[in-house]
Design a protein around this ligand. Structure first.
Ligand code: MLT
Length: 404
């Protein structure tokens, strides 16, 4: 008799962004004339950069001829892309990461949910609260989190590290160190950043406690201020305790194209075993590599024109972030983020719950955001708006919110 993985039944509700999409679709059906503006899921709206498009076209042409056709990609990624990443994203920033420590994939979401497979089931996990739900959910599916308590909205074996206005949305180190520590900076959902000194303390803490930091820096391209680290490998010793995830989704508009990568340094050793080898084994067994044409598109991102073009798009989104932040402040909202990240984290007015505010904005302003509580209990009474909309919609949405 077949049985199911019962861990899946411990997951509360559906995936956050699926729940939101369902609610919005229902509202739209009931109100077909509503002009809904979606600033919920962090999905880009600007088309791919011209140099990316031209790389895609020529890669497609290569696939049409026997001499240049490509079958399976190397499972860890083509070296033309891994070399570019190693130089531009790491060596140029003074980080000691080499091309063979980079694993190309179809996006950071898959990698940061799959990475837990190479760790023992008894590892404790520490997550920020609020948190990108994928880190917790993937550990629930694996059976590492214990039971869900619907009163506290927490799993009993997960170590939650509250991030709130009092600590600047940067977590404090728990007295008992989690074995696996998930950190994401610039942060999704709060838009907060960590200073290099503070991140160095996390690295020192991880080394002292034999913990591994799983560092999600998918939003590093949006950093505009000095002294904000783009990579955890800017910190001394991080090669011994950290894995880093990066994505082309927000940086270069690849949400629909899919490309990302994970860095596992060879000097990261747990129980005498190099994690690099374990991840390579996992990758090679379960994954057949990101498509050639997409990796060629990724390579084009690192060309001088590619860099100029994606920076223009990033500035466009960050101008949206400024419009949102300024508009919300003028309307009297307590709001955070939006300076080094494409997310704006605002306190709901009059103590409304996050979902009450979601319904209120949807009904009264036809604007969709993401309820903060969907990211964890500390997110209650908060709401997230994304800067990835079009300029026109962003301005319209803020005007509507101000009018309320
Ligand atoms: C978000 O809105 O938090 C992101 O788009 C989710 C993701 O990147 O998977």
């Amino acid at each position: 008799m077949a049985t199911i993985n019962k861990n899946f039944t411990k997951l509360p509700g559906s995936y956050l962004f699926s729940t939101i999409a369902k609610k919005v679709n229902e509202f739209e059906k009931a109100n077909p004339d509503a002009n809904i503006i979606r600033l919920g899921i962090g999905d880009v709206t600007k088309p791919l950069a011209p140099s990316v498009i031209s790389a895609l076209h020529s890669a497609v042409d290569e696939m049409a001829h026997e001499e240049t056709f490509k079958g399976y990609a190397p499972d860890l990624g083509y070296s033309f892309l891994r070399e570019k990443i190693a130089v531009s994203d790491y060596k140029d920033r003074g980080c000691d990461i080499s091309a063979d420590e980079i694993f190309v994939s179809d996006g950071a979401k898959c990698d940061c949910s799959n990475i837990q497979e190479i760790f023992g089931i008894d590892n404790t996990i520490g997550v920020c609260d609020p948190v990108y739900p994928v880190y917790v959910d993937s550990n629930v599916m694996a059976g590492r989190t214990g039971l869900y308590n619907s009163d506290t909205m927490r799993f009993d074996k997960v170590i939650y590290m509250p991030c709130n206005a009092d600590n600047g949305f940067v977590p404090e180190m728990p007295d008992k160190a989690p074995d696996l520590i998930y950190l994401c900076f610039p942060n999704n959902p709060t838009g907060a950043v960590i200073t290099k000194e503070a991140l160095q303390k996390w690295v020192d803490y991880a080394i002292k406690n034999n913990s591994v930091i799983l560092y999600d820096s998918a939003y590093e391209a949006f950093i505009s201020e000095e002294n904000v680290p783009h990579s955890i490998y800017e910190c001394d010793g991080a090669r011994k305790c950290a894995i880093e995830f990066r994505s082309f989704s927000k940086t270069a508009g690849f949400t629909g194209l899919r490309l990302g990568y994970t860095v596992v340094p060879k000097s990261l050793v747990v129980e005498g075993v190099e994690l690099h080898g374990l991840w390579a084994r996992r990758h090679g067994t379960k994954y057949n590599g990101a498509p050639y044409i997409v990796q060629k598109a990724g390579e084009a991102v690192y060309s001088p024109e590619g860099q100029r073009e994606i920076k223009e798009n990033i500035s466009y989104y960050m101008e949206n972030a400024k419009i949102i932040l300024t508009g919300l402040k003028e309307a009297g909202f307590e709001s955070y983020g939006g300076v080094n990240a494409p997310y704006i984290w605002l306190k709901t007015p009059n103590n409304m719950t996050s979902w009450e505010f979601f319904d209120y904005l949807l009904e009264k302003a036809n604007v969709v955001g993401t309820p903060g509580v969907g990211f964890g209990p500390e997110g209650e009474n908060y709401y997230r708006l994304t800067a990835f909309g079009s300029r026109e919609n962003t301005i319209k949405a803020i005007d509507r919110i101000k009018k309320l």
